[in-house]
Design a protein around this ligand. Structure first.
Ligand SMILES: Nc1ncnc2c1ncn2[C@@H]1O[C@H](COP(=O)(O)OP(=O)(O)OP(=O)(O)O)[C@@H](O)[C@H]1O
Length: 234
């Protein structure tokens, strides 16, 4: 191995998420919207990064591209050194199940499965992952839902639902956790609990990226990136 390739391998190891020159546009009739215009960012292992920006700046589109839920028209996304962009959807889903935790505002729970079953399903989808999956009871303890393991999503209150969603997003012990407004509708105490959990993921050597308007979340992040008109501000 050359010195340069050793250095590149080390940089890869230290990086949980790496996105280069992402472009994404939408066409509606005659109209074309450039939602992402060359976005590059990275999240190191052990780091929490917040992305903030006004409504319509491209935050949700960015999160979807980073998670492999959407395909950028140009650019490349790597998670834990593996490319997740520009692959068939089934491969992206497999990689996401193994390496990425996604917490969306729309929720990530399957309605007819209880909390325990939702977590179990996320773990089953991640099979083949190199390390063992976290213990479900420990995950539930972490989000303060040990007593709600058998509740269906519609039986949970708003804050409980958000915490259950977080437990599912963490079920595969992801290299990177991507969260859209993770503290959206939460009361102060639950918000602090969720932020502590996100921080503990970073402390465990994983990467955390949150998209948010919330100043508390911005304050807790190691780095803040501002997105405007589909570009990261210098
Ligand atoms: N499916 C789509 N079809 C057409 N235009 C879209 C689509 N999704 C997003 N856009 C456009 O892309 C731009 C970025 O949208 P995006 O939802 O990513 O912004 P955002 O920063 O997440 O906004 P908000 O904070 O309001 O959720 C907007 O101009 C939006 O109208």
């Amino acid at each position: 191995m050359t010195t340069a390739s050793v250095a590149a391998a080390r940089a890869d190891e230290a990086t949980a998420l790496d996105a280069r020159e992402l472009y994404r546009f939408f066409r509606t009739g005659e109209e074309e919207t450039l939602a992402l215009r060359g976005v590059s960012l990275h999240v190191r292992r052990g780091e929490t990064v917040a992305v903030v920006g006004p409504s319509g700046s491209g935050k949700s589109t960015l999160l979807a591209c980073l998670a492999g839920l959407d395909e950028p028209a140009g650019g490349c996304v790597r998670v834990g050194g593996e490319r997740i962009s520009h692959r068939p959807e089934a491969q992206r889903a497999r990689l996401r199940a193994r390496r990425v935790g996604v917490l969306l505002q729309s929720g990530n729970l399957i309605a007819h499965l209880n909390v325990w079953e939702n977590i179990r399903l996320a773990q089953a989808a991640a099979r083949g992952r190199r390390s063992g999956a976290p213990d479900i009871a420990a995950l539930l303890d972490g989000v303060g839902l040990r007593g709600r393991a058998h509740a269906l999503p519609h039986e949970l209150a708003g804050g409980e639902l958000a915490r259950a969603g977080l437990a599912v997003a963490l079920a595969n012990d992801p290299d990177v956790l991507l969260a859209d407004e993770p503290t959206g509708e939460l009361d102060g105490r639950t918000e602090q609990r969720v932020l502590d959990l996100l921080k503990s993921r970073a402390d465990a050597g994983r990467g955390v990226l949150v998209v948010t308007h919330n100043t508390e979340v911005v304050g807790f992040a190691d780095r803040v990136l501002v997105l405007r008109d589909g570009r990261i501000q210098p």
